[in-house]
Design a binder for this molecule. Sequence first.
Ligand code: NI
Length: 190
Amino acid sequence: MIRYGNIIDDKDPRIREKSEEVPLPLSAEDRAMLEEMLEYLEASQAVSDDEENEDLRPGVGMAAIQLGIPKKICAVLIYETDEDQNVTGETRYGLVNPKIVSHSEKLCYLKAGEGCLSVREEHEGYVPRYQKVTVTAYDALQDCEVTIVARGYHAIVLQHELDHFSGTLFYDHINPEDPFAEIPNAAEIE
Ligand code: NI
């Protein structure tokens, strides 16, 4: 199983590499990698805050390049919870060759900023993202081509993961002069 220690960080030049399109049908090896990525995301989010586990820093998304593999493959696992933190639903993707085919003009950003399993240090500031994106991909979990329309937090996570394919990290988007400068035409996401 993947451990936090298997994930490369931003000191490793591979994190800036461009990822390649993956030939379909998906190889058994790539499918197994995607399953392991999702396993990590699931196990990492099952760790409670007061129990912290150095092997499983929590994440909602992972791109293959974070394992040092320059392929356009990423896993996403986002739980929906109610006020009492009970899980009421989930969004789970094992995406191959995802790409943004259209997006809103309107932007959004996470109020608390973004984090990344490959970024050890904190980088404070707003990361402008499109408020809505339409993504096409092959979803290995459903074994078919999918079109995903995502808004708000889900759209942010997808843009963050797809950025990894071009070697871009979230803090590249933060305004270096004024990290918390108001972003025009942007919705704040809690
Ligand atoms: Ni990341």
